[in-house]
Write a new protein. Structure first.
Length: 134
């Protein structure tokens, strides 16, 4: 698997080629793995991403879209770029720092990358997790 970024070109900006953000992708596929996230890890590979499929259920009645998802940096040893996605659309992108950052946004998928990996990713852009096995 890999993570790919496509810029939002609705404003008529010059089209760019899709950019690979990560080639080493780990999927947090259990509640425990999602709660643990990247806490306690001593190092992260340069082309790494942690993808958390947090789902779209659990919203309140009479609301639309996915529920809000909270990300904290307690016990995380590295600065991260965190992307909150609805389907594949970036709703929020934030650089977060060890022990002192927190963020929240609506999302059905969260992608955590080493700081700098998501440079230039902005709300409205598309970030896809692509199965590279064919």
């Amino acid at each position: 698997m890999h993570v790919v970024h496509d810029r939002d070109d609705t404003l008529g900006e010059q089209a760019t080629e899709p950019r690979t953000l990560a080639t080493e992708v780990e999927v947090a596929d259990s509640g425990l793995a999602q709660m643990r996230g990247l806490m306690f890890r001593s190092e992260l590979p340069e082309n790494f991403a942690l993808v958390m499929e947090v789902g779209s259920s659990g919203g309140l009645p009479f609301t639309s879209g996915p529920p809000r998802q909270f990300v904290h940096m307690l016990f995380v040893r590295h600065s991260l770029d965190v992307l909150w996605l609805d389907d594949d659309e970036v709703l929020k992108a934030k650089r977060m720092h060890p022990w002192r950052s927190a963020g929240m946004a609506r999302a059905d998928r969260i992608v955590e990358l080493p700081a700098g990996a998501a440079e230039g990713v902005a709300p409205g852009d598309t970030v896809r997790v692509v199965d590279s096995s064919g």
